[in-house]
Design a protein around this ligand. Sequence first.
Ligand code: G3I
Length: 315
Amino acid sequence: TTLLDNAAKAAGKKYLGTATDNGELTDTAYTAILDEKGMFGQITPANSMKWENTEPEQGVWTWTDADQIANLAKSNGQLLRGHNCVWYNQLPSWVTSGTWTTSTLTSVVQNHTGELVGRYKGQVWDVVNEPFNDDGTYREDVFYNTLGESYIPIALTAARAADPNAKLYINEYNIEYQGSKATAMINLVKSLQSQGVPIDGIGLQSHFIVGEVPSTLQATMESFTALGVEIAITELDIRMTLPETAALLEQQKTDYDTVISACRAVSGCIGVTVWDFTDKYSWVPSTFSGQGAATPYDSNLVKKPAYDGIIAGFA
Ligand code: G3I
């Protein structure tokens, strides 16, 4: 069988990658697939680089888990997507309940972003994650409430200063179809560009539902690359209402093919990351009750039809 990253590279893409997490790395049947040369050309830490894990107290840095994933990527020759610098979720309480002024929170954002991006150089970074509400307004988190939208240029500028060679992304969900949220992303990128703020890419998370992959996906991707930035599918999974059936698994195969084909057709789409490759470790069942089976391998680490859908999409 063709391996996933080999198929992506044969299609002219930089990688087919996966999210992974530290607790999974003791599962040798899992790591045998993760580490196989040609299978995954890129990895994203699902949790270990998030703020609560890297700077749990102000100025106190805990790198063990993040380093474990970074070192694994290095030893496997995989690109690392750093995830993430600034996000409303998985923040330590010193950030969410701090008493901030514009000046003190600016320093905190600069410092945190700079430490992360400077520690793992030459990589791709989700510098800002999920800045928008679904209606395209800004999410009112601690950063926005104190700094307004300026927290975004503050973080991107600090990231560029920490590593001139890093690729800097804004990553978001529900921007894969046209509407207020995708338009808000386009307007944000235009505004950053007009201010001379560094921005290299837009990440489309792509947490989809079987049978409901947006028909405007490719057109939306093209509206992003028309801005002169690259794009990537950063967190792909396609969930279903359980139990899985042969018909649902076939539709899922078609859906994976559709998503990968859209990336293949758009030259500025540089790669695709699945949000872990096996149902054994998918985040979906714990968040969407009664749903799951969203990834290309089942919970016994056996390939599903979706695997062949990915290969077909790159062909
Ligand atoms: O580590 C603790 C463990 O000590 C504790 O016993 C256990 C009990 O709940 O929780 C563990 O933490 C969990 C953590 O994953 C590590 O497994 C958290 O509860 C759980 O909320 C957390 O979920 C993560 C989720 O982000 C949180 O927002 C998922 O693993 C991770 O895959 C998911 O990833 C996000 C992206 O970062 C952004 N886009 C959406 C995507 C899916 O939600």
